[in-house]
Design a protein around this ligand. Structure first.
Ligand SMILES: Cc1cc2nc3c(=O)[nH]c(=O)nc-3n(C[C@H](O)[C@H](O)[C@H](O)COP(=O)(O)O)c2cc1C
Length: 176
């Protein structure tokens, strides 16, 4: 087996300190978004949309919405991941499946960031009502677009570092 602690999946960590003045190059933003849209999604509905914040004033403006967004305001790039209630797959019970689709998309982005030499952190939004409603109001978003997550991205002095989370007690073979 290859040395797993060198693979991006194993070394990825949340990075919470950024060199704010060092912008993320547009080519890298493009690769991040391509990685995000490459994710699997229920019935291949791809119900994701992305609001990119690369203007310092606009990034700073989200900090007062919720204390968790103060961290995002420290980054030179913020990607707000959005779910489209109209295009999401819905099962027979009518429930939307976009949370899984968007989570897969975000994980692709976080891993791609490691490969591009960038740090990132997923700042939870859905299903917190203060954050969901705060972002909706702030960006004047339509009803069918759900604010799902805020991803802060940038260059950092902090390094990705492997921590072993393998836990055999969570694995069940053939019966529970
Ligand atoms: C749904 C979700 C919400 C999260 N929200 C926050 C947050 O608000 N602030 C934060 O600093 N980290 C947040 N994180 C990052 C987690 O704290 C982090 O992934 C976890 O502690 C494991 O550490 P690692 O990412 O370095 O492996 C969130 C992660 C997920 C998946």
């Amino acid at each position: 087996m290859n040395n797993i602690n060198e693979s991006i999946i194993f070394i990825r960590r949340s990075i919470r300190s950024f060199i704010k003045e060092k912008k993320v190059e547009p080519e890298k933003v493009d690769i991040l978004l391509r990685a995000a849209m490459q994710a699997p999604s229920a019935c291949n509905k791809q119900p994701w949309e992305f609001l990119i914040l690369d203007d310092e004033k606009i990034i700073d403006s989200i900090a007062p919405i919720d204390k968790h967004y103060v961290l995002a305001a420290k980054a030179p790039l913020v990607i707000i991941v959005l779910g489209n209630e109209k295009t999401t797959y819905r099962g027979e019970n009518g429930l939307a499946w976009y949370p899984q689709d968007l989570s897969a998309s975000i994980q692709n982005m976080l891993l791609q960031a490691v490969e591009l030499g960038l740090g990132s952190v997923w700042i939870g939004t859905y299903p917190d009502e203060v954050r969901i409603n705060g972002l909706k109001k702030h960006f004047n978003m339509p009803e069918h677009i759900t604010r799902f997550a805020v991803i802060a991205i940038g260059y950092s002095e902090d390094k990705h570092k492997f921590v072993d989370r393998y836990d055999s007690s969570k694995i069940h073979y053939n019966k529970y």
